[in-house]
Design a protein around this ligand. Structure first.
Ligand SMILES: N[C@@H](CCC(=O)N[C@@H](CS)C(=O)NCC(=O)O)C(=O)O
Length: 256
């Protein structure tokens, strides 16, 4: 039996959802409302004591970290393979996943939070969650929430995030002008990982993705959006616009 604990189908929550649907796996979907601080409720902390989503439960084991959850699903279950069969292809997948986790996830979350969550919404979240902030188990996560809710991100952090995104999207555009998919000749976890981070970015930061400057990235995003597994993943949303759902969370520098 598989259970996935996730929030809105955006960023790291949509990544394992896409894998589960691509592999045709049956699973129980558990929606954890981050902005209602359900990720620090006692029942959820009993599943993931770090208080982050997504988390996969399989045969009584809890797996976290969306990129590793996807590799686990691909390795354990049959169905369409999502990792290349050759070592170079797998190296490519890992380097794109690193880009997704280290560069894209934190930068998209920072810019998305700043542009999609208004000062009034932040004040309302802060007012209803002051006592819950103290329940966030990791100090750096508590600091991240306090910064995002109470002060918001400053210009230097926003500029840094935009610069990171611009560089990464330039790298993707260079690649996708020449190739249909990110790793080898087939759709893989590399595409799922990077797509999960960029699906909503055109709406959030149109200066970074446009028909004029990044036609290859746009065409690739559109190809992936057509996939039934992606459409099924987006359909688990509870908000009208899941790609505008952002929360503090992805680590600023992380790997391994
Ligand atoms: N590296 C983690 C990042 C997970 C993450 O940032 N999750 C966010 C939601 S998209 C979260 O749980 N935020 C709440 C928090 O960190 O307190 C992964 O890829 O699974």
């Amino acid at each position: 039996m598989l259970s996935l604990y996730h929030w809105e189908p955006n960023l790291s929550s949509v990544r394992p959802l896409i894998c589960l649907y691509e592999k045709g796996l049956e699973f129980a979907s558990h929606y954890v409302d981050i902005l209602a601080f359900e990720h620090v409720s006692q029942p959820y902390l009993a599943i993931n004591p770090d208080g982050q989503v997504p988390a996969l439960v399989h045969n009584g084991r809890v797996l976290t970290e969306s990129s590793f959850i996807c590799e686990y699903l691909d390795e354990v279950f049959p169905g369409v393979p999502l990792m290349p069969s050759d070592a170079y292809g797998r190296w490519q997948v890992h380097t794109w996943q690193k880009l997704a986790d280290e560069d894209l996830a934190p930068s998209v979350a920072i810019v998305g939070w700043h542009r999609c969550v208004s000062a009034d919404q932040r004040a309302a979240i802060l007012a209803r969650s002051t006592d819950r902030l103290a329940l966030i188990p990791l100090q750096d996560r508590r600091n991240g929430w306090e910064l995002a809710l109470a002060r918001g991100y400053d210009a230097a952090r926003l500029d840094f995030s935009i610069a990171k995104l611009r560089r990464a999207i330039g790298q993707l555009e260079g690649h996708l002008c020449r190739q249909e998919w990110l790793a080898g000749h087939a759709y893989s976890l590399a595409d799922i990982s990077v797509f999960s981070m960029l699906n909503g970015l055109q709406g959030v930061a149109p200066e970074l993705i446009s028909h004029g400057s990044t036609p290859g990235v746009l065409a690739w995003l559109e190809r992936i959006r057509q996939r039934p597994a992606v459409q099924a993943s987006l359909a688990v949303a509870r908000t009208a616009n899941p790609v505008a759902a952002f929360a503090p969370g992805p680590e600023q520098i992380r790997w391994g």
